[in-house]
Design a protein around this ligand. Structure first.
Ligand SMILES: [Zn+2]
Length: 141
């Protein structure tokens, strides 16, 4: 069973249960899915509140989880801790410093810091190796 938050053409919000996602589609096509308040058959799924996102356009990748979630999370945290404890923090100079290291203009070493989306795109275009550090949910305020 799967629960959907639905909204009708008159903005009535209600929850409904379906056997599965295709059951919802089938029933909607047949006009069986109706608003319990005004009986309108013109209903659609309500958008979830973008609570995970800082701005409407700022999308985040989310999943429903994995059986090994806790394990993987620990591993990701260990990886991040290892990187951040052994690499030099260069702040917002990451892109320029990574480029200097790549061009042998700076000492070869591990660094980490922040980069803008444009800088990240530039590094990818120039074939400079880097990896995003995992952002763990516990870091969020
Ligand atoms: Zn309604």
């Amino acid at each position: 069973m799967i629960q959907y938050s639905l909204v009708c053409e008159n903005e009535h919000k209600f929850d409904a249960w379906f056997r599965n996602a295709s059951a919802y589609d089938e029933q909607k096509v047949k006009g069986i899915v109706t608003c319990p308040i005004c009986t309108s058959g013109d209903v659609h799924k309500a958008l979830m509140a973008p609570a995970l996102s800082r701005a409407k356009s700022d999308k985040v990748v989310v999943s429903t989880g994995h059986p090994q979630q806790a394990e993987l999370r620990t591993a990701m945290k260990a990886l991040r801790d290892k990187v951040t404890s052994e690499a030099d923090y260069v702040g917002d100079k990451f892109a320029s410093e990574a480029r200097k290291i790549h061009d042998n203009e700076s000492e070869a070493r591990g660094i980490y810091g922040e980069a803008t989306q444009d800088e990240v795109s530039g590094l990818v275009e120039d074939g400079i190796d880097f990896m995003p550090l995992p952002n763990l949910p516990e870091d969020h305020n």
